[in-house]
Design a protein. Sequence first.
Length: 325
Amino acid sequence: MPDALQSQAATLSLIIPAYNRADLICETIESALKQTRPFAEIIVVNDGSTDHTLDVLQKYIDRIQIIQTPNQGVQAARNEGVAAANSKYITLCDSDDLLDPRFVEILQSCLETSPDCDILYCNFIPFDEHSNYPDKFSLAPDWFFDGAESNGNLITEIPDLYVRLMTYQPLFPTGSTMKKAFYQEIGGYDSKFKSVGSEDLEFLLRAVSLGRLGVLLQPLGRVRKHAGNDSRNSMRQSVGEALIFEYALKNHPRASVYQDIILQSIEKRRIGAFNDAYAQGEFTTASEIFSLLREIPRDLRVLLKRMIMALPSLLKETAWRVTQK
């Protein structure tokens, strides 16, 4: 792009919240610095890290802005970074994820052709130390983008996206790019969801209900998968999503239009969390989750698990082991 035209392109400020990421954040920053067109600024919010993240960041002191805060959680860290940004648009990236080298170039082009979009999310590829996985959108249900408007790589006006996201959620913070004014008008990320599974989902649903959202089909981010207990992680995500859906139903504009679907989604997440807790042998947690269900489930397998949990300890342990085979 000629210098004159590039100077007119939308400028993007990159916000990277970081907590104890000394081992990975260099990869993230390097991916941000190696863009075919530069970010206007790169802001790293060091959220009270107790490892040597701050020491690692010092090597980039001439190329990034570092904001040091006491530990408040990723939501507050994102908000701090956005408040300090000087560009019209801000991009978020988690401190262990990576951006495609053409990220800024492609986003600027999309923002130029669709300036009425308040927020854009991009497709991404999950990866770990062993391999890459299929891009997130390739796993979406066939109907997910039905009825949407398409302009090349950009998808907009997805019908009923608010509730479609309760069936399949392919939109993650890394790579999300939005007008700074829009971010602040809708209140940014809510710190009440600190440490809640799927914490970013509440902001996404709020953005969908209050603004115009676009989706880029091209994978422009790489989201890191960490080794861990899959059942425990799944339980945490399901519990968090149910909590967020309850909050959304009470607080988001027009959410009441979808009340029945939202209530069904809450029940589905809690039954899933119950099953995960039971599989872990966490019977107290499973009982607490079961008590939150609005109706007795019809699934006989769930009812059998509930009956087993009510048995005396020795019988319960034996019966539980049988169901895990």
